[in-house]
Design a protein around this ligand. Structure first.
Ligand code: ADP
Length: 505
């Protein structure tokens, strides 16, 4: 790895729009220095809306990852002994700077992920809320003193930071998925190496720039950039190096399983946020207009590319026709497809052609098996090759792959049900268990659903449940561990038991 101390590099920026982004960096950030790959190789980051090159960043490999882990391990030696008050102060400063730079960060998110600017601003606010929350939580990561079964002996349980955390993040929330993990682990006294998605490393690098300005000491927050080609070899080092105490990953279940396997070699702790397949259940007692409005949020946020996005719409037969009509009207009125920077656009492009292929395949297959697209159902070619239309499918069977798979795109698939037992059976018939949504005014039913749905999170009469305060996470193949809340910071600690004895004489 070649370390350079440089400011903002402008020569690779292709348009005046990008040139104005003062947080745009094109080097990785390791040990408080801006760094090239040891190989000097770079790769391009493209705007999914028009394929323009935003920047070129280092294509780092396993040896670069090792250097970053060494830097984080070295920084851990001192960071772990800083006071919680000091860590809180630094996190608060970082939060303040991210807040002040919301607009710049949001522009970067839109440029590299394609989401509409208003949604990018929302993501920055959401991401910042974790830095703010963990600035506070840092001072409340407490141990326990437990009454001992023996006279004159004392049982102390203390929480100690786990060490270096390898953080691997996806492209759908390029900022918030980093702050949610890094805020928590820094509060706990850990250091980290972040490998952002190959599609969206620029927001991560901007966050590093602001961390540096906030006085985050060198080596605590390292960001290495890699193309997909190097992801597996870099991931192996990030999981297997002995200095790494925990692997914190958000992404697909498929990659999560690979990382879990690698972590097993060193009996490493893992925190995995994997795919979902959220049911969105509407009972007859629900306020249907409210359920429809919430469905729009739960489905079309980030154009359906969210792990908590509603995927399987289960609508009671008594309100099915009303719901479907309301959904069709709302999609026609509110879903405006186009580049994220264009005023009025609410749905941007999908992130890449792979995503377009996945979504198209699932919809085409459903239609060939008897489903009907009441609206949408194809790529809007005149806008570009990644603009998939907001789609409403009816005549869907629960066995169709558009229903059993996480679509990760702007597709509403509706299935009719008759009874509570039936809907619970369909909703729970998946290996995923992240978010679920239920709309009912029947209090007993709300509690029954909350208890019986096999998901880590249940939203009753609400389609957006993420925040810094509650614990976010899934069960079954949707993951292990929780993010946000005090539990999110505890993931990055070990509980140590000390027996105090023989001190009374
Ligand atoms: P998505 O479909 O959202 O891209 P992935 O699970 O494929 O989800 O990717 C999420 C993150 O995991 C990205 O940062 C990606 O580079 C990384 N990744 C993909 N494959 C591997 C791997 N074999 N080892 C480590 N990281 C990987």
């Amino acid at each position: 790895m070649v370390l350079l101390r440089v400011g903002i590099i402008k020569n690779l920026i292709t348009s005046s729009q990008y040139r104005q982004m003062h947080l745009l960096k094109n080097l990785a950030y390791v040990n408080g220095e801006w760094a090239k790959a040891g190989s000097n190789v770079v790769y391009s980051i493209k705007n999914p809306a028009d394929d323009s090159v935003i920047a070129e960043v280092p294509d780092m490999d396993a040896s670069d990852a090792k250097c970053a882990i060494d830097a984080a391990a070295n920084a851990f030696v001192t960071w772990r002994w800083t006071t919680a008050k000091e860590r809180s102060r630094i996190l608060r400063k970082w939060y303040d700077l991210c807040e002040q730079n919301t607009e710049e960060l949001a522009k970067l998110v839109t440029a590299e992920s394609g989401k509409p600017l208003a949604e990018s601003r929302g993501e920055i606010a959401y991401g910042n809320s974790f830095l703010e929350w963990y600035a506070d939580t840092a001072r409340h990561i407490n141990g326990e003193i437990i009454p001992s079964p023996w006279p004159n002996k004392h049982i102390l349980m203390t929480r100690q930071p786990i060490g270096v955390v390898s953080v691997i993040t996806p492209w759908n929330f390029p900022f918030a998925m980093i702050t949610r993990k890094v805020g928590a682990l820094m509060a706990a006294g850990c250091t980290c190496v972040v490998k952002p998605s190959e599609d969206t490393p620029l927001t991560a690098l901007a966050a590093a720039e602001l961390a540096e300005q906030a006085g985050v000491p060198k080596g605590i927050f390292n960001v290495i950039t890699t193309s997909r080609k190097n992801a597996a070899s870099v991931g192996k080092v990030l999981c297997e190096d002995h200095a790494v105490g925990c692997i914190s990953f958000t992404g697909s279940t498929q990659v999560g399983k690979i990382l879990y396997g690698l972590a097993a070699n060193g009996i490493k702790k893992v925190a995995l946020e994997l795919g979902g397949n959220a049911p969105f259940i509407v009972f007859p007692s629900a306020d249907i207009e409210h359920a429809l409005d919430q469905a729009m949020l739960a489905k079309f946020r980030n154009n359906g590319q969210a792990c908590v996005g509603a995927n399987r719409f289960l609508i009671h037969e008594d309100v099915y026709d009303k719901f479907v009509k309301g959904m069709k009207d709302r999609i026609s009125d509110r879903c405006v497809l186009g580049p994220g920077t264009k005023e009025g656009v609410t749905c941007g492009p999908l992130i890449n052609l792979n995503q377009v292929k996945n979504v198209s395949k699932l919809v085409d297959e459903a239609i060939s098996q008897g489903a009907k697209a009441l609206i949408g159902g194809k790529v809007r070619k005149e806008l570009g090759d990644k603009f998939y239309e907001s789609t409403l499918l009816v005549n869907v069977k629960p066995s169709m792959s558009v229903f059993t798979n996480e679509v990760f795109g702007p597709v509403v698939s509706c299935v009719k049900f008759s009874t509570e037992e039936e809907v619970l059976k369909i909703a729970n018939s998946t290996r995923s268990g992240l978010a679920s949504y239920v709309f009912t005014k029947d209090l007993g039913q709300a509690f029954r659903m909350s208890t019986k749905l096999e998901f880590g999170m249940v939203g009753i009469n609400d389609g957006l449940l993420s925040a810094a305060e509650p614990a976010f996470g899934g069960i079954k193949e949707s993951g292990i561990g929780r993010e946000g809340s005090k539990h999110g910071a505890e993931e990055y600690t070990e509980l140590k038991y000390t027996l105090m004895s023989g001190l009374d004489k």
